[in-house]
Design a protein around this ligand. Structure first.
Ligand SMILES: Nc1nc2c(ncn2[C@@H]2O[C@H](COP(=O)(O)OP(=O)(O)OP(=O)(O)O)[C@@H](O)[C@H]2O)c(=O)[nH]1
Length: 532
């Protein structure tokens, strides 16, 4: 059963389509893993990278703004005069704690032409107290590291510049520019540096400007690539910026909600699952269609062929033959072949059981039916009679009229005998050259004798001329009748032998008569008066 199934078309279709399904699902999975999900991830990284660059650009703008503010002061005749000692009231007039707070300056430093500090003013970190000094000492000693950094920067690059410093309480940005006259002419008489704290207040302003959450921290690390960290629905990204201190960096970080990425991921997963379900459905549907359109009709065709090979005559091939498709064509041609085969079989059967000259059943058929009839008569305790008939002096007929006329005579006698057999429902067969046998189921010896007389008369009535016959001027027959009841046993040959004995007696008695076999009597006494 299992072996049969594994060789069936149904199984092969199932395996092939399952293979296609697995291949397609695998391709979908591979496509998602190696192309779709990485592309989504790359897109997310691109977005966070852009946002970081936006934050950096706004920081550069803030540094440029501070540089412009520094240059505004540095390119001013009052400042020019102040650093040369020609404007002593400059500091009193221009510096106040309010101005520094408002402008969010941590420190403003003036340097002489040789780079030494000239005037320093700022707000003490943590306390916010206003302090002004000529040197970074005393109440201005907190300024010392910044002043150092600024002096180094002036030395390295005497033109204007801006940079970041790690700061004390929080990181800061610095802008340094040479001091020139208001019209921009020199010579350079010193430098002006402004330092602005990037404290919480400034960061809040920065966040408002960029629309992004921003975090700043000082890290003892060299500059490196942006780092990205994912925590649940949030992605954290950080970019390190160099400061004036070589082993210190300022990390600018922001975070993004991953809702867009996760929603895209969900959508793609949803699409993939539905695509897989759809493929599953399509393949199931294709299998169902194959089952319905191809396999079921094929199975019906194979059942049809199997039954046909068993000669089943109750075949209903109509529904198959009515189909307009290839299976219908196949069924129709098969049906035609089957019909032709049946006709040939019937023809063969007829040829093998009937006599070619007269069309009467032959000895083979007679013997078969005799055997069955005896069995049935014995089983049902019913009478059964047989007859043997012979054309009288047929050799003389042939000799006189020729063989062809003899054939014609046999045909006419046969037709007459068959008519009587049809009317009385018994079998008449040609069992020899001019010899016939009759099988009469359910017929007693007496009834059989009556039928024998009828046959006898029927041949007489044909009035077929037989000039050579010493019995009559016409063709006549002899009939020997026997019944199962009078037979020595129930063997067919025994029964036919008794009929043959009766026929022999009829011939011996002068032919042209009917003789019934009687066991107790001598063949001579079986004589029946001939009928003219
Ligand atoms: N024309 C023709 N003759 C046949 C056919 N079959 C047998 N015969 C002839 O029938 C004749 C039978 O001859 P016999 O057996 O001597 O019998 P009979 O001449 O009829 O003599 P009785 O039966 O004793 O009356 C033979 O001459 C056969 O050749 C046939 O099919 N056609």
């Amino acid at each position: 059963m299992l072996r049969h199934f594994s060789r069936s078309l149904r199984f092969q279709f199932l395996i092939a389509l399952s293979g296609v399904l697995l291949l397609a699902l695998g391709s979908l999975g591979a496509l998602s893993k190696w192309f779709i999900f990485p592309a989504l991830h790359k897109e997310e990284q691109g977005i966070i990278d852009q946002e970081l660059k936006r934050i950096e650009r706004s920081l550069v703008l803030a540094q440029q703004e501070l540089l412009v503010q520094a240059r505004d002061w540095a390119n001013w005749d009052d400042t020019y005069e102040f650093v040369q000692g020609n404007y002593p009231r400059y500091a009193d007039v221009n510096f106040s704690p309010e101005m520094l707070k408002e402008m969010r300056y941590q420190l403003i430093a003036f340097f002489a032409a040789d780079g030494s500090p000239y005037f320093l003013s700022g707000l003490v970190p943590h306390t916010g107290q206003f302090a002004s000094c000529a040197q970074p000492s005393g109440e201005c000693d907190w300024m010392a590291p910044y002043i150092d950094t600024m002096q180094r920067s002036i030395k390295d690059n005497p033109d204007q510049q801006s940079f970041l410093v790690p700061g004390i309480s929080s990181p800061a940005m610095v802008a340094i520019t040479p001091i020139l006259r208001t019209d921009g002419t020199g010579p350079n008489v010193g430098w002006l540096a402004k330092m602005r704290l990037m404290d919480e207040q400034w960061i809040a302003q920065w966040e408002t400007l960029t629309g992004l959450p921003i975090a700043i921290e000082r890290l003892p690390a060299p500059q490196r690539e942006p780092s990205i960290r994912i925590e649940g629905d949030t992605i954290h990204a950080q970019h390190l910026l160099p400061t004036s201190v070589p082993d210190m960096s300022i990390a600018i970080g922001t975070q993004l909600n991953r809702t867009h990425y996760l929603a895209s991921l969900d959508t793609i997963r949803y699409v993939l699952i539905w695509t897989a379900c759809l493929m599953l459905f399509v393949i199931g549907f294709v299998l169902w269609l194959m089952e319905r359109i191809i396999l079921t009709p094929l199975k019906a065709l194979s059942v049809f062929a199997r039954q046909a090979s068993k000669q089943d005559t109750n075949l209903d091939a109509q529904s198959l033959c009515r189909r307009g498709d290839e299976i219908g064509m196949l069924a129709r041609s098969f049906d035609q072949q089957l019909t032709r085969q049946r006709e040939l079989n019937a023809e063969l059967l007829n040829l093998s059981t009937h006599d070619a000259l007269t069309g009467l059943p032959n000895r083979r058929l007679f013997d078969q039916q005799l055997k069955d009839a005896i069995q049935e008569a014995v089983a049902l305790s019913q009478p059964l009679a047989v007859m043997m008939l012979d054309v009288d002096h047929f050799k003389l007929f042939n000799d006189h009229y020729g063989h062809q006329m003899g054939d014609e005579c046999l045909r006419k006698v046969s037709r007459a005998l068959q008519r009587v057999a049809n009317d009385h429902g018994f079998l008449i067969a040609r069992t020899g050259g001019e010899e016939f046998s009759a099988l009469l189921p359910g017929t007693s010896a007496d009834s059989a004798r009556q039928i024998g007389l009828l046959l006898h008369r029927t041949v007489d009535q044909l009035k077929l001329p037989h000039r050579a016959s010493p019995v009559s001027a016409y063709v006549t027959i002899c009939v020997g009748v026997s019944s199962l009841a009078d037979s020595t046993d129930i063997l067919p040959c025994s029964l036919m032998s008794t009929a043959d004995q009766a026929l022999y007696s009829a011939k011996a008695a002068g032919r042209h008569q009917v003789m019934v076999f009687t066991p107790s009597l001598d063949p001579v006494h079986m004589h029946e008066t001939p009928h003219e």
